[in-house]
Design a protein. Structure first.
Length: 193
């Protein structure tokens, strides 16, 4: 039995789960999410009781889907009750970020600003708009109820300018450690023929 799959999903107050066919809908204070779970697994949700995920057989495919289905439904429950947030930092002299309407504008060392459309249901908060030297980065946070959308958008922002290993310039997750490399060593001034 899958250790993750067999755990029941406790529902916080204010969260409702509906199952129609193979469609799971989760509604809570932060919004609504729905997902069609695959064949081979069964999801049962009775009012006032935790959600339980079971599988049809012990085949490798059903065993794999068992834990995955439970984890995805648990992420939906947590998303509509608490929400998810990712924090990013932008290092580099002159680098900046700004929100204009439904677009995130990044100035990260290219000749033009990078414009990324903000997905529906995602809120971008700019904490520090522009970097100040190499030690004070620009900071932004992304919040929403869908873990997958938040993760994909954060990755798209990071891919705009991945951190480089020499000076550490670029976009990184808050708290992320970058492996730094030593730059080229300069040759001595004398010693010529």
């Amino acid at each position: 039995m899958s250790r993750i799959g067999k755990k029941p999903i406790a529902l916080p107050s204010g969260v409702k789960v509906e199952i129609k066919g193979n469609q799971v809908s989760v509604t809570g204070p932060k919004g609504t999410q729905s997902w069609a779970y695959p064949a081979g697994v069964k999801v049962t949700a009775e009012s006032g009781k935790p959600v339980v995920v079971t599988r049809d057989s012990d085949s490798p495919q059903h065993r794999a889907l068992h834990g995955t289905t439970r984890a995805l439904i648990n992420n939906m429950v947590r998303g509509v009750s608490e929400g998810y947030e990712k924090k990013l930092e932008i290092y580099g002299t002159g680098y900046a970020c700004a929100v204009s309407g439904k677009t995130l504008d990044l100035t990260v060392g290219y000749s033009h600003p990078i414009k990324l459309p903000i997905p529906a249901g995602v809120k971008v908060t700019i904490e520090v708009a522009q970097t100040k030297g190499d030690d004070n980065p620009a900071k932004l946070s992304i919040a929403g109820s869908d873990k997958q959308v938040i993760g994909q958008f954060a990755r798209a922002i990071k891919d705009a300018r991945p951190p480089e290993p020499y000076k550490g310039k670029g976009v990184r997750y808050a708290g992320e450690q970058i492996k730094r490399k030593a730059g080229k060593a300069f040759a001595g001034a004398g010693g010529g023929a």
